[in-house]
Write a protein that binds this ligand. Sequence first.
Ligand SMILES: Nc1nc2c(c(=O)[nH]1)N[C@H]1C(S)=C(S)[C@@H](COP(=O)(O)OP(=O)(O)OC[C@H]3O[C@@H](n4cnc5c(=O)[nH]c(N)nc54)[C@H](O)[C@@H]3O)O[C@H]1N2
Ligand SMILES: Nc1nc2c(c(=O)[nH]1)N[C@H]1C(S)=C(S)[C@@H](COP(=O)(O)OP(=O)(O)OC[C@H]3O[C@@H](n4cnc5c(=O)[nH]c(N)nc54)[C@H](O)[C@@H]3O)O[C@H]1N2
Ligand SMILES: [Mo]
Length: 754
Amino acid sequence: MSDRKPVYKAYHHPAGGWGAAAATAKVLMEQSVLTKGSRALLSMNQPGGFKCPSCAFPDADCRKKLEFCENGAKALAHEATKFRVTRDFFAQHSVTELMQQSDYWLEMQGRLTEPMRYDPRTDHYVPIGWGDAFALIGQHLRALESPHQAEFYTSGRTPNEAAFLYSVFVREFGTNNFPDCSNMCHEPTSRGLPPAIGVGKGTVVMADFEHAEAIFIIGQNTGTNSPRMMTNLVEARKRGVPIVTINPMPERALIQFTEPQDVIQMATFGSTKISSEFVHVKIGGDLAILKGMMKVIFERDAAGEAAIDWPFVEAHTTGLDAVRAEIVALDWAALEQHSGIEEAQIRRLAEIYIRSNATMICYGMGVTQHQQGSQLVQQIVNLLLLRGNFGKPGAGISPIRGHSNVQGDRTVGIDERPSQDYLDRLAAVFGFEPPRKYGHHAVESVEAMLRGEAKVFIGLGGNFARAMSDTERTYAAMRKLNLSVGIATKLNRGHLVHGRDALMLPVVARSEIIRTLAGEQFVTIEDAMSNVTASRGVLEPAGPDCLPEVEIVCRMAQATLPDSRTPWGEYINDYGAIRDRIADVYPAIYADFNSRIKNPHGFHLEVLPRRRIWATPNGKANFLLLPGLAVNDPVDDPQMLRLSTIRSHDQFNTTIYSYNDRYRGIYNDRMVLFMNAGDIAARGLRDGQQVALDTISPDGLPRRVAGLTVVEYPMPRGSVAGYYPELNPLLPLDYYDRISGTPAAKSIPVRIAT
Ligand SMILES: Nc1nc2c(c(=O)[nH]1)N[C@H]1C(S)=C(S)[C@@H](COP(=O)(O)OP(=O)(O)OC[C@H]3O[C@@H](n4cnc5c(=O)[nH]c(N)nc54)[C@H](O)[C@@H]3O)O[C@H]1N2
Ligand SMILES: Nc1nc2c(c(=O)[nH]1)N[C@H]1C(S)=C(S)[C@@H](COP(=O)(O)OP(=O)(O)OC[C@H]3O[C@@H](n4cnc5c(=O)[nH]c(N)nc54)[C@H](O)[C@@H]3O)O[C@H]1N2
Ligand SMILES: [Mo]
């Protein structure tokens, strides 16, 4: 890495534009797939084509133009890459050697093409036949004293058909241990929303962007992590809709953006100013802003103004009085201190909100990854309920989901805490008695491994060991296992941090053709706005030995459950038969799945709050109380800084595409610490200096990351940021939201090591 010279320079241009167009071409060339990749991009997110493997933002069904963005192109280029990880590669490199390489290097080696098994005598991965691989999995799982000794992870790229069968297989085997990437991500949405509005999903659809009168974006870096949404924001701004961005980092695309698919804007070097109001909140300060806005609304209401939608509140909600009593008693000094935002600006936000008859609030990891992430989501609901912002065009709550099918996987059964209704239906459709006891979420699964209770880990996609908190402890946990299995497209560190026995199983990727004995098959995906669409790969699979995820799941089931009456063999070949079973288990939303999926634009899964129907125990939408202003436990240390671990523009989660982060002006480096000038000076540091960070850990265990370069950046005082996954060793396993299990990756208490 020494040949990379780090450069830090502020980025003053609009985001998007020619920079994005150039980056798209560059990544296709780097992966040597300029022609193949460009052709595939024409089919991405188009009817009859495949769904982008990157983010979960929906397609616009009325847009005629291309439906991909720079970062979708990166995801595709890395999936379609011409590079391959072969048996020769593994013969050349031992696992210990590979561990020394960077995540970037591992990713750049290319696609996995052959099942491999770890050989402890030589410390190399060696080829194994598929039959033997499945037999080994079956043997390990059947040898366990209890099915609860296995953990079945899912990452959100897995399509509905494979995820559904996985949930059937694992429950037939006998456990609800489904740690999943959602547990580290939007679980506060999935757990926080149901008590408030009766459903754990967003209530907004694409058409709402055309009717919104105000849009709030809280803790989400749209231009990098869901760039296709920028088109909606540009269009909204052109209509004069106020857009409020609440973020400790002035993310470039949310300030000024050039639409790469707008020919005129590109030709004239034009751009659109996105945020009409940028709110430079302290990390964890959002609660105080939301409460400040509500306080203004209560004041206006008390003064006789029409600030609250009383007909809505009276007909549809309960719990307002307690929430109001708590909020009116808060004083402005405390609100300002917790948010870092002046009363005048919070009042301005309230004004924008009150003037709008249809407000949409979008949010991301800056909201969910705090110790009270679920309850913070509920406070967003409180604010929306006050003005009836559910069940009318242009209004609602919009969690911007991460992985392309993370929402779908949950809908079809990947859930460590399944409802009894669902389990009853599963029992009726498949004729076995599923386990009723709740299983492990991601943090609990690592704890179980550390205790030596969990002995087998199967990862259907993803890079669990690297994505999880507390890197050292998570690695130690993985290394105690009897068997770890990685079912993946690409080599990643998760495969190198393994159990005594270990398998790496290569899959057919999203952009590739699935052929079975019954002919070509397609899969289905549910996006962040509950649209279900078909995805048909167009490229040849990376190698003849890659198997579709559905087949891998079915053959694991056959090897593990020899007496199963579930027709796994039929499902391997006929994905329509799987969709029929999904329809049987979820008749309310998935009835006639196979005929409805014939619509080239798919169909929408009903989200009841859109019709002002609340599937809560009391049948109402509920204002929920979160007393106080803190979303994280207080830390008594004057040197404490709150660290947010974020994504660069050139990564997809643990997949590192390059060492650049263009919009934040970082080149050739990821080991940086974004810091306010005042905080730098107060600690006697200087811009460009190398420092180490220590976690202020409640459990007293040492957690340190060294070799970070201080970069002076417009961060609020006391708030610092750096990149995930490099900083995950600082995130204590026990530091998570108790309601959802989600690690509080945006607010780690740290100090500069001395
Ligand atoms: N290209 C690309 N696309 C992706 C991904 C990727 O890695 N690369 N990942 C996918 C996945 S799985 C997910 S979940 C999403 C993630 O997409 P995002 O939700 O955008 O995730 P992050 O980059 O982690 O950062 C979130 C933002 O929160 C801000 N923030 C940090 N702390 C706070 C806070 O206390 N309050 C507020 N208001 N803001 C805060 C940060 O400055 C940052 O702008 O993107 C998905 N799409
Ligand atoms: N500190 C900190 N930690 C975080 C976060 C954070 O913001 N800060 N974010 C969290 C979030 S939001 C998430 S979602 C998790 C992500 O956690 P994961 O979903 O586990 O991680 P990814 O990096 O998305 O997984 C990448 C791997 O998936 C495999 N893969 C890619 N495509 C496919 C496919 O089609 N099928 C299969 N079977 N495998 C495939 C490839 O081998 C690739 O190496 O990380 C979490 N961890
Ligand atoms: Mo995510």
